[in-house]
Design a protein. Structure first.
Length: 450
């Protein structure tokens, strides 16, 4: 029999040690049952009790209730503290929850390096949700080099095993990974698909990835140097177009830009009420309008959700295309371009040209600023808050960096007349690229920092 040397702990130290032991199973199970019955207030109280007793499962689940404001007010910062406490004990769900907070900036500043590290740690323990998240980061080029092959590899690993059995959350994440995998595998070449399977067999012992993209889902090239103002103005003037459509209430206008020969993108809310099957696309330097038809669009145009529409024209050549990039961060210098309604209305030369059947686009409006924040409100589409001024009619216009690459599509603006405050928002190019790949729409992309 082994002999142990016991130390004379004080009652206070013994009590402290006891409080670090996991709570008994009943407390956790009671809280889970309350949450399943959507009695979130009771679940929150019970999770808090066993979380303070040191149960890492309770700490993670309490963090989720705090993050989503269930059973009481939301407190993202406190949620992060509970996730961190549970993650320190190796609770795999909490590791992934903490990674998600770093990815989206919930309760902590966005830190993609931390997000990748935590997702990887959870993935190495076989957690399929973490693999799905790593696949998404590779596919969007966020925190990792844009690589559709490595993205597909993680989606494969995510679909091999679903932790949690019939748990609806795990099943939902599995379905997301399966849908993403099916979409990517169709676009990958046969050689790339074989490589995906080989990588999945050897993960995590893999070489550092370079940039690999699927056929028809955008092609990558190295970043160009920063452009002088005159070159940026020239590029934006040639690539940004005025969209005109007819609705039951009259004429509607908005902005758009070329993403590929004969393909332009705008916001869905610009064209969703159009009654004619075609819209008119007006370009600088051309007196004849192009007719365009909408070939793909998001299901809605709510603020905070994807709000996009692709327009196809008959013209394929001689168009200036803007490449997309996921490489952006707060304080990135940006330039916005478009055709705000007040500017178009006041452009008398434009209206004089129209009266003589000259459909040359009016003067483009260009503003500059910086990325203020990268946000993902309530897990919806990623948006960029920026200081480059936009107005009604700017919707659908490009937001580019100083290298001439699109980092977002200007979509909406919040304003408070009483406080004289306002904020400009663009859907991120990352969200835009995922939408285009989903729809099989080609585009040009550029990796690397500007």
């Amino acid at each position: 029999m082994q002999m142990r040397n016991w130390s004379p702990y004080s009652a206070a130290v013994l009590q402290l040690w006891l409080t670090t032991l996991p709570a008994f199973a009943g407390a956790y199970e009671d809280a889970v049952l309350a949450a399943r019955n959507k009695d979130y207030e009771s679940a929150r109280s019970q999770y808090q009790s066993c979380a303070l007793d040191g149960d890492e499962r309770c700490q993670n689940n309490l963090g989720l209730l705090l993050l989503h404001g269930l059973g009481g007010p939301a407190d993202n910062a406190l949620a992060v503290r509970y996730f961190a406490a549970a993650a320190a004990k190796g609770q795999v769900n909490a590791i992934t929850s903490l990674a998600d907070c770093y990815e989206k900036g919930n309760g902590v500043p966005v830190n993609l390096e931390n997000a990748v590290s935590l997702y990887t740690a959870a993935a190495k323990r076989g957690f399929h949700v973490a693999h799905e998240s790593l696949g998404s980061l590779y596919e969007r080029g966020l925190g990792l080099p844009r690589n559709d092959v490595y993205a597909a590899m993680h989606y494969v690993l995510a679909t091999q095993k679903v932790a949690g059995g019939n748990n609806s959350y795990y099943r939902q994440e599995f379905d997301k990974a399966k849908s993403s995998l099916d979409r990517l595998m169709v676009a990958l070449s046969e050689e790339q698909r074989d490589r995906v399977q080989e990588l999945a067999r050897n993960w995590p012992n893999l070489p550092m990835p370079s940039t690999e993209v699927a056929r028809g889902t955008g092609f990558s090239s190295t970043a160009s140097p920063q452009l002088p103002n005159a070159a940026l103005v020239s590029k934006l003037s040639a690539a940004t177009i005025l969209v005109i459509g007819r609705t039951k209430k009259g004429i509607v206008t908005g902005s758009a830009f070329w993403i590929a020969p004969g393909l332009a993108i705008t916001n869905k809310h610009v064209v969703e009420d159009v009654t004619d099957p075609e819209v008119l696309l007006l370009r600088p330097g051309s007196s004849e309008p192009l007719k365009g038809s909408i070939i793909a669009a998001t299901t809605n145009s709510e603020i905070g959700l994807l709000d996009l529409a692709v327009i196809r024209s008959a013209r394929l050549e001689g168009l200036v295309v803007l490449p997309l990039t996921a490489a952006t961060s707060p304080l990135t210098d940006v330039v916005a371009a478009g055709y705000p309604g007040f500017s178009t209305d006041l452009d008398k030369a434009f209206w004089r040209r129209l009266s003589s059947n000259n459909w040359t686009a009016p003067s483009i409006v260009i503003t500059s600023g910086q990325i203020s924040s990268i946000q993902n409100p309530q897990g919806r589409a990623e948006v960029l808050m920026h200081t480059a001024q936009i107005w009604s009619g700017s919707s659908g216009g490009p937001l580019i960096d100083r290298c001439g690459r699109v980092v977002g599509i200007n979509t909406f603006r919040f304003s408070d007349a009483k406080k004289q405050e306002g904020a400009n928002y663009a859907l991120s190019a990352s969200a835009l690229m995922i939408f285009l790949r989903d729809k099989g729409v080609p585009f040009e992309s550029m990796a690397g920092n500007c």
